[in-house]
Design a protein around this ligand. Sequence first.
Ligand SMILES: C[S@@+](CC[C@H](N)C(=O)[O-])C[C@H]1O[C@@H](n2cnc3c(N)ncnc32)[C@H](O)[C@@H]1O
Length: 269
Amino acid sequence: MDEYIEANRAHWDEVVAPHRAGDFYDVEGFIAGKPRLDPLVREALGEIEGGKVLHLQCHFGLDTLDLARLGALPVGVDFSARAVEAARELAAETGLKARFVQAAVGEVQRTLGETFELVFTSYGVLTWLPELTSWARDIATCLDPGGRVVVIDSHPTSMVFDDERRDGELRVRYPYFETTAMRFREQATYAVGGLALEHDVTYEWMHAIEEIVMSLLEAGLRLTVLREYPFAAWRMYPFLERGEDGFWRLPDGRRDIPLLLRVEAVKPE
Ligand SMILES: C[S@@+](CC[C@H](N)C(=O)[O-])C[C@H]1O[C@@H](n2cnc3c(N)ncnc32)[C@H](O)[C@@H]1O
């Protein structure tokens, strides 16, 4: 397993610079004041001004810094040293106050040794984790009593379909109940193509709704919100169409499957 995590870490280290420079993240727009967190995330987060927020898998810190812009006191963690370094640089450049710490999911509490009112994680996070038991336990130990976790990510159902087909047909390609690592080799990421990566092999894992919810419940949290949305935050299939609200939907108004999942849970007092 460590071998897979190390392959992923090397990959994520390597893509920080192209992601930082590419159009997808629009870093210049963010520096100029453009919000990063979309309305769905902002609604889920609620009022965060003055709150201590832990942001998991923060990449190079854009979302974390937007939390700071909204008045929160965020700590961003990521297992990629280069991501953390780039996030700190961006914090210095923007003058926004956020702390960034290198930590792998499962080891965040051991690394930070503090607790938070809110733990937030979103968009392209769960697929990188081999299992969710240690993820959920880590979240639970990072929360204050009464604290809340907000998880917004691709809906597990949406992960089973062929993401290379262009004809609008949803055809099952990846088994929903797969528990072993899926290996990918690509010179492109969701954010940038045409790369010449040394570390082009990655490993990802499927996580059923059952696993997401049960891992949080078994970690002692109480489920408060479970919602499904017929739109995605990025073009997860080539035939998705972008709406004026910035979200991506199936063509012709189809609402065949859920594309995003939102789960919230609280730590009992
Ligand atoms: C898709 S990105 C982050 C999503 C974030 N919403 C964004 O768009 O900037 C996934 C992040 O997860 C991090 N990551 C992957 N596996 C991890 C692990 N086991 N522990 C901590 N971070 C991890 C990667 O370094 C990467 O920065």
